[in-house]
Design a protein around this ligand. Structure first.
Ligand SMILES: Cc1cc2nc3c(=O)[nH]c(=O)nc-3n(C[C@H](O)[C@H](O)[C@H](O)COP(=O)(O)O)c2cc1C
Length: 354
C-alpha cells in the first residue's frame, strides 16, 4: 500500500474516490450536435484508464435554451442527452473513475448570434466585455423557469448515471446575481444584501436537491474572491463559503479566485505560461479550514510535487490537474509506477484554450 498522499483514497459522502487527482471541468469542444458522443467518451476514458479518480466532465453544460452553446457546450436541456451521458459515464466507470458534470446557465456571458438567437438574460444590464451580448434584465418568470431548468438538467444527469454535478458559479448567471459588480436588481434577488444576492443560487440548490434526493452529489465551483474593487472580497467569500456549508445541501466546494469577464482577468483563474504556480492554493486551503468542507481546486498546479504538497499540507482534498492531463493523460499511472520523471509537463502555453 503506497504512503504517497496523492494516492490515498478519499471518501466523498458514499462515493470512494481512488486517489486525490481529478480533472476539473473543461470543454474540449467535442460535442456533436450538442451531444457528448464517442469522441467525448474516449477523451475521458483515456484518463480514467490511466488512473484519474474523478472526471468532472463537460465545461459549462447548458441547462436552458437561452444559454446558447457559446463554445460548443453540451446541451443539458435536451432529453436526448441522457443516453449520451450514459455512454460517457459507462466509459469512465469501466476504468474505476468517478464521473460528474458541470451544469450552468451562462447568463450574459454569450454573443448575440449563438443558438436560437434568443435574448440573453442576466441580473446585470451591462454587457460582458469578453462576449458582448446585450442582456435583458432578468424577470421573475425567467428566474422561475431557469430554477426549474437547473433541476430538470440535474435529473437528466442523474438518469445518465453521473455520480454528481457541479454548478458553475463564476462568470455565469448564478454568480452574476451574487456579485455586487453584476447585480442591478432590486427586490428579493437585489443587490442590497448578501442574502438577497445569494437567493437565486440558493433557490437553484434547493430545487436540485428536491429533485435528485440526498444521495446524489452536488457541489459548487464558485469564486470566493473576485480580486476586484467593488467585487466579492476574500472576507465575503469566506462568509459565502460558510453559508453554503451551513445549508447541508452541498457536498463539496471547488474554489476559484478571480473573474473571467475579460481575457486578461481570465489569466488569474487559468494562469498562463510564465505566471506563478499554484497562486490560489493557500486561499483554497483557507476556505477548507473555515468550512471543514471537502475542498477541490485547480489553478496551475502543473507538477506532482505541488499537487502532493496540497494534500499533505491539508490545503485540498482533491487536486485538479487539468491542463497537465492534456499534456499527459497518463500522470497517475506514472506516479503509481514510480516514473514521475517520464511525465510530459504542461508548460502553460494554453494553446488548448484557443
Ligand atoms: C480548454 C479549457 C476549457 C475550460 N472550460 C471550463 C469550463 O467550462 N468550466 C470551468 O469551470 N472551467 C473551465 N476551464 C478551467 C479549468 O477547469 C481549470 O480551472 C483551469 O484549466 C486551471 O487548472 P489547470 O491549471 O490545472 O489547468 C477550462 C480550461 C481549459 C484549458
Amino acid at each position: 500500500m503506497s504512503t504517497d498522499p496523492l494516492l490515498q483514497p478519499y471518501q466523498l459522502k458514499h462515493l470512494k474516490l481512488r486517489n486525490r487527482i481529478m480533472t476539473t471541468s473543461h470543454e474540449p469542444a467535442y460535442p456533436e450536435d450538442g451531444m457528448p458522443k464517442e469522441r467525448y467518451a474516449a477523451y475521458h476514458a483515456e484518463r480514467a484508464k490511466a488512473g484519474v479518480a474523478l472526471a468532472m466532465t463537460a465545461g459549462s453544460a447548458a441547462v436552458s435554451k437561452d444559454s446558447p452553446p457559446v463554445f460548443n457546450n453540451i446541451l443539458a436541456y435536451k432529453d436526448e442527452v441522457v443516453p449520451w451521458i450514459q455512454n460517457l459515464t459507462d466509459a469512465v466507470h469501466e476504468h474505476g473513475c468517478a464521473a460528474m458534470i458541470q451544469l450552468t446557465h451562462l447568463g450574459r456571458r454569450t454573443t448575440w448570434n449563438k443558438g436560437d438567437w434568443l435574448p440573453s438574460v442576466s441580473s446585470s444590464k451591462h454587457r460582458e466585455p469578453a462576449h458582448h451580448a446585450f442582456p435583458k434584465l432578468i424577470e421573475d418568470w425567467d428566474i422561475e423557469r431557469i430554477i426549474n431548468d437547473f433541476a430538470d438538467a440535474a435529473e437528466r444527469m442523474q438518469a445518465g448515471g453521473m455520480d454528481g454535478i457541479e454548478l458553475q458559479v463564476y462568470g455565469h448567471l448564478l454568480d452574476q446575481f451574487w456579485s455586487p459588480l453584476t447585480n442591478d436588481l432590486t427586490g428579493p434577488y437585489g443587490a442590497d444584501t448578501l442574502e438577497n444576492r445569494m437567493r437565486f443560487p440558493m433557490d437553484v440548490i434547493d430545487a436540485i436537491r428536491r429533485r435528485v434526493g440526498t444521495e446524489f452529489i452536488v457541489g459548487l465551483r464558485y469564486t470566493a474572491d473576485e480580486a476586484q474593487k467593488g467585487g466579492i472580497t476574500p472576507e465575503e467569500g469566506l462568509e459565502i463559503s460558510k453559508r453554503l456549508a451551513a445549508t447541508g445541501k452541498i457536498d463539496f466546494l471547488n474554489v476559484i479566485k478571480g473573474r473571467i469577464h475579460t481575457d486578461p482577468a481570465m489569466t488569474d483563474v487559468i494562469p498562463v505560461q510564465g505566471m506563478k504556480s499554484a497562486p490560489h492554493l493557500d486561499f483554497a486551503g483557507a476556505v477548507r479550514k473555515a468550512t471543514g468542507m471537502p475542498t477541490f481546486h485547480a489553478a496551475r498546479i502543473p507538477d506532482v510535487a505541488t499537487a502532493r504538497h496540497a494534500v499533505q499540507a491539508g490545503l485540498l482534498d482533491m487536486v485538479g490537474m487539468t491542463r497537465a492531463h492534456m499534456a499527459d493523460p497518463h500522470i497517475v499511472r506514472k506516479i503509481i509506477e514510480g516514473r514521475e520523471e517520464d511525465i510530459r509537463p504542461c508548460v502553460g502555453a494554453t494553446y488548448c484554450l484557443d
